[in-house]
Design a protein around this ligand. Structure first.
Ligand code: DAT
Ligand code: MG
Length: 150
């Protein structure tokens, strides 16, 4: 089953929205396969956002993501990467549709509450960056058959 990496960013933590964000994703039908509270250091931030190095917002992005503890999660489900990003809403929160996490709780691109991997390939790399193999657990739930038809 597909997995994706989700981060509840510093603004989500500081604003007390961690529970709400987890609730949205969990109720969608995604299963929590890994979860930890971490404070990203500069090295991890630069690796995670390596693709954006050199862009004008890069330094602010690194300071922001390292400014508070965050929650890192592995979520699992059919099409988990795309489902998670659609549930999160557009990167630029000001344009995000109401009903999405960003569209309901955020208003700028630089404080958009949540990260989700953007492709299954990047999801695998990002999960490996944040989690050891034994920290990710795939398991069945009795309710699985009410969420995913077999
Ligand atoms: P996403 O987080 O939706 O995957 P991204 O990978 O393009 O978006 O960018 C990573 C983060 O960087 C994004 O959540 C917010 C910030 N960011 C991206 N583009 C930006 C911009 N033009 N100005 C300020 N921050 C930006
Ligand atoms: Mg991205």
């Amino acid at each position: 089953m597909e997995q994706t990496l989700v981060l509840i960013k510093p603004d989500g933590m500081q604003r007390g929205l961690a529970g709400t964000i987890i609730d949205r994703l969990e109720r969608r039908g995604l299963k929590i396969a890994g979860m930890k509270l971490i404070h990203m250091d500069e090295a991890l931030a630069k690796r995670h956002y390596g693709i954006h190095e050199g862009k004008p917002f890069f330094n602010d992005l690194v300071s922001y993501i390292t400014s508070s503890p965050i929650i890192a999660m592995v979520l699992e489900g059919p099409n988990a990467v795309e489902v998670t990003r659609k549930t999160m809403g557009e990167t630029n929160a000001g344009n995000a549709a109401p009903g999405t996490i960003r569209g309901d709780y955020a208003i700028t691109i630089g404080r958009n509450l949540v990260h989700g991997s953007d492709s299954p390939e990047n999801a695998v790399n990002e999960i490996n960056l944040f989690f050891k193999k034994e920290e990710v657990i795939s398991y069945g739930k009795d309710t699985d058959k009410w969420v995913i038809e077999s």
